[in-house]
Write a protein that binds this ligand. Structure first.
Ligand code: PEP
Length: 250
């Protein structure tokens, strides 16, 4: 049986004081006292500069640490960038690659996302590969075509077997940060499609849904057979909401 996974992407939010309160709020409520984490793994992905702070705060907790992106090179003259080895060094287990905000605003190409995915695996990080269609692509009936392309570029770069050590997150661009959520039918169709694209790795790969997941809609999404958890933006900045969604996944 696939484990559940709930990941919080803090994006460019937080400061030392707010992060300390948020992390304390999460770790004092999750896992539920006396119950252990059961089938649900959890992680938070703060901005780079706060990774060490979070690592320290999470050291006695079941909540794991992730980063929001990684550079595809090992080391060298890449001003402002952070390597996979550095992320491991400060205690990360996960790294998000190909988030739509980076694909759009940092103009990351499918090929570059594949290189980042590869770089993460090389150092033992678990990449969380984000895929998802824009509103125009969905309206034009091209959602699956877009997602298929985003996935295939990575599979061609690293091979199917690599997905044994990776997570996929379906994040419809039109649902991220907008308050619009994919309907259960839309989400389930894409998750099933991703599983089929992953061939023999499909049944065992964790596939998360991301896009305006809140405590009020999490349970309905997690009831779907091919949704294994969530990648959260806004809801991960509130400890009560984050923990409520972890409980819904349990
Ligand atoms: C995200 O940024 O990955 C995300 C899912 O954001 P939100 O939950 O705010 O839509």
């Amino acid at each position: 049986m696939r484990r559940r996974l709930v990941v919080g992407n803090w994006k460019m939010n937080g400061n030392l004081a707010d992060n300390a309160a948020l992390l304390k709020g999460i770790t004092t409520q999750w896992p539920v006292a006396g119950e252990g984490k059961g089938n649900v793994d959890t992680a938070v992905c703060p901005p780079f500069v706060y990774l060490s702070q979070a690592a320290q705060a999470l050291k006695d907790s079941v909540v794991e640490l992730g980063a929001q992106t990684v550079n595809e090179h090992d080391a060298g003259a890449f001003t402002g960038e952070v390597s996979g080895e550095m992320l491991v060094d400060v205690g990360c287990r996960y790294v998000i690659v190909g988030h739509n905000e980076r694909r759009r605003m940092q103009v990351e190409t499918d090929a570059q996302v594949a290189d980042k995915f590869h770089a993460a695996l090389q150092v033992g990080l678990t990449p969380i590969l984000c895929v998802g269609e824009s509103e125009q692509e969905r309206d034009a009936g091209q959602a699956l075509e877009t997602i298929g392309r985003q996935l295939r570029v990575v599979v061609e770069r690293v091979g199917l077997e690599a997905f044994e050590h990776a997570v996929v997150a379906y994040e419809p661009v039109w649902a991220v940060g907008t308050g619009k959520v994919a309907s259960p039918e839309q989400a389930e169709e894409v998750h099933r499609f991703i599983r089929a694209e992953l061939g023999k790795l499909g049944p065992q790969t964790q596939i998360l849904y991301g896009g305006s997941v809140k405590p009020g809609n999490a349970e309905q999404l997690f009831a779907l057979p091919d949704i294994d958890g969530a990648l959260l933006g806004g809801a991960s900045l509130n400890a009560d909401d984050f923990v409520a969604i972890c409980k819904a996944a349990a």
